[in-house]
Design a protein around this ligand. Structure first.
Ligand code: IVH
Length: 687
């Protein structure tokens, strides 16, 4: 390719985009690619290079612009054009026929046509196109409002950024609904990666798809192959009206919006039932999860006449599949400990193939579940996989019992750390908290989080690595980390290692309330932590508090009191706290409310409007502290007239220096010296 003029480049760019869009359509919508992947990649590459040379021609709908938006802090909420309804369900042919009968009766007709579609097990989204251009995408949310995931949806290759108008005019505004899914092979890959990273695998492709779509960084969504099928025109303006669901599906397809190829127009309910049966037979070979079929009255005027209920239409129904079941034997029952310390009993099974997936473990949820189903070690059971990869023990085949089956008892100690186990509702929980390896990563993340000890740079991936490399085995190890430890890790350079060490050092000064919150005691959030700090004023007093003493506090109920007592009853936790103290974590009480909470002041020189004592009182009233010497732990040095050596020291250490006026501003706008009514004689004296 020789040097192109600007004009030639513009033309070539336009041609490339058209070609790429056409091939996307052939590939994704028609499933009839005309070129190889390599040829397609070459077109993309050429476009990318030309756009790089002529950035003035880049448009947001260019195929190169799918990934590029920066990560966001949170998703905005957006209101749907029309409520995104959900569906009522039927379970068998009889109920399906009853639905048909009701529909015909209400419409006053002899026969009704239905469109039958696979019920995709993903998450539904709304996409908006204006003048044929993709402008917005949102999750379903509560049906009225969803989350704005425009940039994330843009990364899905099967979503056209520009609608095709070759076969059909595009409306000025088009709102469509579809289902975002993850293919099973991609899901398995994803889970493999999660397990390798030591994270909990996703229960099913739907959760995986939802998790990927809701990444705050669209680049992470782009890494996870997601797919989409469209099935509903929710709203359109300025386009040709379509009159049936069947025509709507065809219109979607013509615009380049991928429709599931297995949709079918059924003449009557018997054809619907046959369709359901056929799909159930094919479901395991599709490569993606479907959990039933959706049946919709074809004619829109009929749909309108039938109307909708609050949450679901009267003109559509989900005809679900029964869960996939198989019989096998329980070889043992073991207990797993989750990241939050919950103990989950798991049945280890003689491996069995449940429709294409080998199942060797199944969840038993909790003790009550085991009791209710009376599952024993050695039992023959039915296991079901209801779209989930983590299957469930459904029922025991009691006729197969030999008398040799053994009852299971929940352990009284955590199988991972040996701490005591307590029961909370239906669940057992390990009280090891801080000291349980199963909970370690989560404990550290929480401990270091912004509102706890606020150790910047000690988040998800770093914690992951520090634990995996064995540098942190318990929470106090945070304070044993050295710059050299960090610099041996792939993520760190000299500067970043220094920063983290400094952040860790700084966290030692955090007050008692934050420290209590950082411990991650179940049921003790920030608010409760503050109340506890105000009431006990030291960690030792709190550690020794009994149930009654705790429950005497207005905001603390029996459940929270018990969590606190259980937590400190665990010797390992007490030891860890002692370790932290030895390592220099101060956990000092400090009034936590007020404008100056957490700040330390030093005064030097004389102030115009207050005495030292008054200034100190005011700082403390707003939750701040006053120190007598300047050190790195001081936040502000307030300089009055004729300052002393503290001023020099502050400059040397780079501590923020403010004058009296600025100090007053910190205390609150327009705040004046406290008004004191002086006795007359003193008043006269002053004069
Ligand atoms: S139609 C009023 N069609 O199933 C129309 N939904 O249980 C409601 N779903 O939230 C949706 N495949 O996420 C429709 N072909 C399909 C579907 C489908 C999957 C999901 C959708 C909806 C849920 C309702």
């Amino acid at each position: 390719m020789g040097e192109l003029t600007r004009e030639e480049a513009r033309k070539r760019i336009e041609w490339l985009r058209r070609e790429i869009r056409r091939h996307n359509y052939l590939y994704y919508v028609l499933n009839k690619p005309e070129i190889s992947d390599a040829e397609y990649d070459a077109l993309m590459e050429e476009l990318r290079q030309l756009e790089e040379k002529f950035p003035e021609f880049i448009t947001p709908d260019s195929p190169t612009q799918r990934v590029g938006a920066p990560p966001s802090k949170e998703f905005k909420n957006v209101r749907h054009v029309k409520p995104m309804l959900s569906l009522d369900a039927v379970k068998n042919d009889e109920e399906m026929r009853a639905f048909d009968k009701r529909v015909k009766k209400e419409l006053g007709v002899e026969s009704v046509e239905y469109v039958a579609e696979p019920k995709l097990d993903g998450l539904s989204v709304e996409l908006i196109y204006e003048d044929g251009k993709y402008v917005r995408g949102a999750t379903r949310g509560d049906g009225i409002e969803g989350e704005d995931v425009t940039e994330n949806i843009k990364t899905i290759r099967a979503v056209p950024l520009v609608l095709r108008k070759e076969e059909m005019d595009v409306p000025k505004m088009l709102a469509v609904r579809g289902e975002v899914i993850m293919h099973i092979k991609d899901f398995e890959e994803y889970n493999k990666e999660l397990i390798e990273r030591g994270e909990e695998p996703m229960a099913n492709p739907r959760n995986a798809a939802a998790g990927s779509l809701r990444r705050l960084d669209p680049r992470e969504t782009a890494e996870r192959p997601l797919d989409i099928f469209f099935y509903e025109i929710m709203h359109q303006e300025g386009g040709m009206e379509v009159e049936t669901q069947w025509d709507a599906l065809h219109a979607l397809k013509k615009w380049g919006l991928k429709v599931n190829p297995l949709v079918k127009l059924c003449k009557n309910v018997e054809e619907v039932i046959a369709y359901h049966r056929e799909m159930q037979e094919r479901r395991d070979k599709l490569g993606y999860e479907i959990d039933g079929v959706v049946i919709k009255v074809n004619r829109f005027d009929h749909q309108e006449k039938l109307g909708t209920k609050t949450r679901s239409p009267r003109w559509a129904i989900a005809y679900k599949f029964p869960p996939r079941k198989e019989i096998t034997q329980v070889m043992d029952i073991v207990v797993g400990v989750g990241r939050t310390g919950t103990l989950t009993p798991v049945a280890l099974l003689k491996p069995v193939d449940v429709k294409g997936v080998t199942v060797s473990r199944a969840t038993l949820h909790n003790e009550d579940y085991i009791k209710e189903k009376d599952v024993r070690i050695g039992d023959w059971v039915k296991v079901a996989r209801a779209g989930d990869v983590i299957p469930e023990v459904m029922e025991v085949i009691k006729e197969k019992r030999t008398g040799k089956e053994k009852k299971f008892v929940m352990p009284s100690r955590c199988p991972v750390c040996g701490s005591h186990v307590v029961k909370e509702g239906a669940y057992y929980r390990c009280t090891g908290g801080l000291s349980c390896p199963a909970q370690l990563k989560r404990s550290i993340e929480h401990f270091a989080s912004k509102n706890a000890m606020d150790i910047e740079g000690l988040g998800g991936k770093t914690v992951e690595m520090l634990v995996d490399k064995g540098l942190i085995k318990r929470i106090s190890d945070i304070y044993r980390l050295t710059k050299r430890d960090l610099m041996n890790l792939p993520r760190f350079a000299e500067k970043s290692a220094e920063n983290l060490i400094e952040a860790i050092e700084k966290s030692k000064e955090k007050n008692l309330a934050r420290f209590i919150y950082a411990l991650g005691i179940p049921n003790v959030g920030e608010h409760t932590a503050r109340i506890l700090a105000d009431r006990f004023k030291s960690i030792d007093a709190l550690m020794n508090a009994g149930m009654e003493e705790l429950m005497a506090i207005k905001e603390i109920g029996p459940e929270t009191a018990k969590s606190i007592v259980d937590f400190f009853a665990e010797e390992r936790n007490r030891k860890e706290i002692e370790e932290l103290r030895k390592l220099g974590v101060r956990m000092e009480y400090e009034k936590k409310h007020g404008k100056l909470a957490g700040l330390t002041f030093v005064f030097t020189g004389s102030l115009k409007d207050f005495t030292r004592e008054e200034a100190k009182e005011m700082v403390e009233e707003e939750g701040g502290k006053v120190a007598s010497t300047v050190s790195r732990n001081v936040d502000y040095v307030v300089v009055g007239e004729k300052p002393g050596s503290k001023y020099e020291k502050a400059k040397e250490l780079g501590i923020k220096i403010i004058n009296e006026e600025e100090f007053k501003k910190l205390l609150g706008k327009g705040r004046k010296k406290k008004e004191v009514i002086l006795p007359l004689d003193e008043f006269v004296d002053e004069k």
